[in-house]
Design a protein around this ligand. Sequence first.
Ligand SMILES: NC(=O)c1ccc[n+]([C@@H]2O[C@H](COP(=O)([O-])OP(=O)(O)OC[C@H]3O[C@@H](n4cnc5c(N)ncnc54)[C@H](O)[C@@H]3O)[C@@H](O)[C@H]2O)c1
Length: 147
Amino acid sequence: MFVVQDILKTKGNEVWSIAPDTPVGEALKLMTEHNVGALLVTEGERPVGVFSERDLARGLVGYGDFSLNTPVSTLMTSPVITVTPTTTIEACMEMMTDKRIRHLPVLKEGNLVGIISIGDVVKGMLRHKDNTIRHLEDYISGTGYGH
Ligand SMILES: NC(=O)c1ccc[n+]([C@@H]2O[C@H](COP(=O)([O-])OP(=O)(O)OC[C@H]3O[C@@H](n4cnc5c(N)ncnc54)[C@H](O)[C@@H]3O)[C@@H](O)[C@H]2O)c1
């Protein structure tokens, strides 16, 4: 079964996060610096929201007093939907589609161990399907499985 841990193995465990009172301008700088489309918002170790490019876009048009000094807590998506290392990729895709979210923080026994994005999921799915096809081709042509 293809699960979140398989993605983290190649992607790594790094999570870029910020505090809820971080100004939007500072968050955008961090996103650019690390080339990511979202930041996890944490209170201590606890994830309390996700601040993404989409939240910014919504903030720009929908929030009257918006400025680069606005705290991310005003615009972030909350509560946070999380997965675990053993969640299947199909379940992640379903959550992302149903809830219209693009990032899922990964918690193992309550501790943050990573974050996966919609791009990671699609890329992982394609790689997984390629491998399955290769195994089946090997099986059919007799080059694998002990032949
Ligand atoms: N080269 C790769 O390995 C790779 C992986 C995923 C996405 N992408 C490309 O990046 C573009 C945007 O991707 P996306 O829409 O999935 O979102 P994104 O730009 O937020 O994600 C890009 C990568 O950054 C990681 N990331 C995002 N937020 C993070 C955070 N706070 N802490 C740590 N890592 C974080 C994601 O897990 C993903 O691997 C797309 O063009 C996609 O094809 C490339």
